[in-house]
Design a protein around this ligand. Sequence first.
Ligand SMILES: Cc1cc2c(cc1C)N(C[C@H](O)[C@H](O)[C@H](O)COP(=O)(O)O)c1[nH]c(=O)[nH]c(=O)c1N2
Length: 247
Amino acid sequence: MTRSHHSFSEDFSEEERRGLYRAIYERRDVRSQFLPDPIPSDVLGRLLEAAHHAPSVGFMQPWDFLVIDSIEVRRRVLENFEHENTRAADNYDGERRSSYLALKLQGILDSPLNICITCDRSRGGPTVLGRNTIVETDLFSTCLAVQNLWLAARAEGIGVGWVSILDQQRLAQVLELPESVYPLAYLCVGYVSEFLEQPELEARGWRSRLPLQQLVHHNGWQQTLDAEHPLAEWLSERSSGISSRDT
Ligand SMILES: Cc1cc2c(cc1C)N(C[C@H](O)[C@H](O)[C@H](O)COP(=O)(O)O)c1[nH]c(=O)[nH]c(=O)c1N2
C-alpha cells in the first residue's frame, strides 16, 4: 500500500517546496536597504491576508494591523526609539558599546511604510479555548502572524525590519491603542535594494548562528543525540554546508 502522505493529492510540487524554504532561508531583518518605492495596495493586501491566516489559540485572531504612513506618527516613534536606544547602549562598555552604537537598528523613516501588529488581549471574551492555562498564547499567536507577514513579504521582494527598542506604553499612546491592546510588533516595511545573505548582526560580527546540532536534545534536556543517530549524522553533514553558506 502506498503511504498516504506520498499520494496525497494536495502535495506541494518540488518547486513549491523549494519556494517555501527559500522564503524561510532568505528572509532577513532589514534596516539599511530600504527603497522609497510605495507598496501597491494589492501587494500590501496579500501580506496582511497572509498574516491573518496565522494559527491562533482558540481561533482567537487577536491581531489588528495599523498601517502607518504618516511622517508625523513615524517621527514620534523614531524619537521613542532614540530615547530607548540610548538607554540600551548603557548596557555595554568600551568597544562593545561603540560597536552597538554603530549598528543600524531601525528603518522607521527610510522605509515607505510602518505596520504595527497588535494583540487584543481581551478578544473572544474571558474564556478562549486553549488559553485557560497559558495566558500568553494570544501573544504567541500574534507572533505567528508577524512571521507569516515576514515570509510572504520576502516572497514579494519586500523587506521587513522589526523594531523592539521602544517603550511600549509610549508607543501605545502615540498609536492611541485601547487599554486591552498590546503593541506587539512595530515593523518597517518596503522594497529593498538587496537582501543580505546573512543576518546583519552576523555580518557585522556581533553574533553568529549557533550550530543546530548543539540545540537538539533527546528525550529530555540532559541528553544529546548519539553520534550514530541518523538525525545526528544528517545534522553533522549538513552543518558543514550551512556554515560555509553563512560565512
Ligand atoms: C522579536 C524581535 C525583535 C527584534 C528583532 C527580531 C525579533 C524576532 N530584530 C531582528 C533581529 O536582530 C534579527 O532577526 C536577527 O539578527 C537575525 O537576523 P535575520 O532576521 O535572520 O536577518 C531587531 N532588529 C533591529 O535592528 N532592531 C530591533 O529592535 C529588533 N528587534
